[in-house]
Design a protein around this ligand. Structure first.
Ligand code: SAM
Length: 218
């Protein structure tokens, strides 16, 4: 059962989480405010509710996870959403990252491979006022029918950078994607400077569930 009340206790825990994120180096105020405004415990089932404000990833069923808040904040900082931008998220999962992007003013398109999670999150997000467009399918191929995007964020670990995703970015657009093996991936920020020139910046290692599909893992 989902618990949709946001008590003083939850708000206090969120403020503590924000302090933790600041101490870990997150400094973008809009992102910290979005994290403060999206009750993460809404995305947890009752058995794990007491853990919702720990800075950790947790299971959401179907063998998948809700990302660690630090990871969500870090990827959001790299993405640097400007309100009104059209953003593709690959790996809807619980919908938490989509909720943060929505709070940042993005027009969010989010795609999920797992049908059960797709259906669950599509039903759930409107209930908490998060309005994004949901798709079911292989996001390793992007979302050609809605391209081009200002920004693309991949929230599962890829073996390589899918070329299709770079093609679906506008000039000046940014792709944030963890790339590596099945256990550990390096966070990459790729900026499409011209149709042929991509600026690649590399960051710390993270540990994501695998990106499946044609341009992901088998
Ligand atoms: N963004 C999510 C959140 O806020 O809860 C966390 C995502 S979870 C770490 C990764 C998600 O990517 C899983 O739900 C998984 O099913 C999904 N996924 C894996 N491969 C995918 C693909 N090719 N296309 C779309 N989603 C994919």
């Amino acid at each position: 059962m989902l618990k949709l009340e946001d008590s003083y206790l939850h708000k206090g825990k969120r403020r503590e989480l924000i302090r933790t994120l600041r101490n870990k180096g997150i400094s973008n105020e809009a992102i910290l405010e979005a994290i403060n405004n999206v009750p993460r415990h809404f995305f947890f089932d009752s058995a794990l509710l007491s853990h919702a404000y720990e800075d950790k990833a947790f299971p959401i069923g179907e063998g998948q996870t809700i990302s660690q808040p630090y990871t969500v904040a870090f990827q959001s900082e790299l993405l640097n959403v400007v309100p009104g931008e059209k953003v593709l998220e690959i790996g809807t999962g619980s919908g938490y990252q989509a909720g943060i992007l929505y709070c940042l003013g993005a027009k969010v398109h989010t795609i999920e491979f797992n049908k059960t999670l797709y259906e669950r999150t599509k039903r759930f997000l409107p209930k908490i006022g998060v309005r994004v467009k949901h798709y079911h399918g292989d996001g390793s191929l992007g979302l050609p029918e809605q391209a081009p995007f200002d920004k693309i964020i991949v929230t599962a670990g890829a073996p390589v950078v899918p070329k299709t995703l770079l093609l679906q970015l506008k000039i000046g657009g940014v792709l944030v994607i963890p790339v590596g093996d099945r256990k550990q991936q390096q966070m990459l920020k790729l900026t499409k400077q011209t149709s042929k020139k991509i600026l690649k910046e590399t960051f710390d290692n993270f540990s994501f569930v695998p990106l499946l599909g044609d341009e992901g893992w088998e």
